[in-house]
Design a protein around this ligand. Structure first.
Ligand code: PXG
Length: 287
């Protein structure tokens, strides 16, 4: 496996960074997860734009332009001869001293690109649906660490994931500090009620898969709205599913022990999965 590290493609065993990198010391950095389908990097421009927005917001200077970053990703994919892959792009603050101050990081940001495979959940869950649980850890406050920042600081989500897995579930439903539904640890949530799709506007990352699903729904005359959502609405929904680059679109059939709809993946969910699969090899940057 070849890893892109600061402009060079190196073997996995040689892909090493300094223990003084502030990405390692403090989680000071940004990342993106991107997928490719049949030599098409799905929504690559959108992912790169989001990555650079996170970097801009945290005053992390990236020495590559967005176009150069796209070229670096394509180069990494070609070097690894992958046609269907999961890509992780990581930009960390770089090497500094043992203090928080990012101005002490004199080197350029560290840029790493890994192209590999990922299967977040077992295949049968896409057919039969998954069961999730609400966890006590609430999603970061907008005012403390805005969920739009796709930073290397994922402890909020990891703590939620631990709470779910120690209870025997693969994914956690996270609420915001007001008790409204926010998102899962690495996925956005949708419900369908009376033929209308709903997804939260609060406490969540504005997912690229989420936006793609909303666009597909609207194109196919399914109404889709963003509005505050309670757990009661999730429990009493007709259908439920999660979206994310790693997860893609996965049906949810039980939440906190409550059966959702018929207890099987819903008709609209299955339709949206089919539509989503039809665009993934097309919509993006080919290589
Ligand atoms: N919410 C959060 C908190 C995420 O991290 C999504 C939603 C979905 O966004 P996209 O743009 O991918 O549709 C994400 C992104 C993992 C993993 O291993 C998942 C993400 C990132 C990194 C790792 O589960 N999801």
């Amino acid at each position: 496996m070849k890893i892109y590290l600061n402009g060079k493609l190196v073997e996995k065993k040689d892909a090493k960074i300094s223990v003084f990198d502030h990405g390692y010391l403090y989680g000071d950095g940004a990342f993106e997860g991107v997928r490719t389908y049949k030599r098409n990097v799905f929504k690559l421009k959108e992912h790169i734009e989001r990555l650079y927005e996170t970097a801009h917001s945290m005053m992390l200077r990236v020495h590559l332009t967005q176009d150069q970053m796209i070229q670096a990703i394509v180069k990494t994919l070609k070097a690894n001869k992958l046609s269907d892959a999961y890509i992780r792009v990581i930009i960390s603050r770089g090497e500094g001293d043992l203090g928080l101050d990012p101005r002490k990081c004199k080197s350029n940001a560290t840029v790493v690109i890994i192209a590999d495979k990922i299967a977040l959940y077992p295949k049968e869950l896409y057919r039969n649906g998954m069961e999730i649980i609400t966890v006590p850890t609430v999603r970061n406050l907008n005012e403390a660490l805005n969920p739009q920042l796709k930073s290397l600081n994922y402890l909020n989500n990891i703590l939620a994931k631990i709470e779910a897995s120690t209870s025997g579930y693969m994914e956690a439903l996270m609420l915001d500090s007001q008790g409204y539904v926010a998102e899962c640890t690495g996925d956005n949530i949708f419900i369908l009620k009376d033929e209308e799709l709903l997804t939260p506007p609060n406490g969540r990352l504005c997912g690229i898969t989420r936006d793609a699903v909303i666009a597909l729904a609207q194109k196919n005359k399914i109404k889709a709205y963003e509005r505050l959502m309670t757990r009661h609405e999730v429990y009493t929904a007709d259908e439920c599913f999660l979206t994310g680059t790693a997860a893609e679109v996965i049906p949810i059939v039980k939440v906190d022990g409550r059966v959702i709809g018929s207890g099987k993946p819903g008709k609209t969910t299955l339709k949206l999965i089919k539509l989503f699969r039809s665009i993934t090899p097309k919509d993006g940057v080919k290589y």
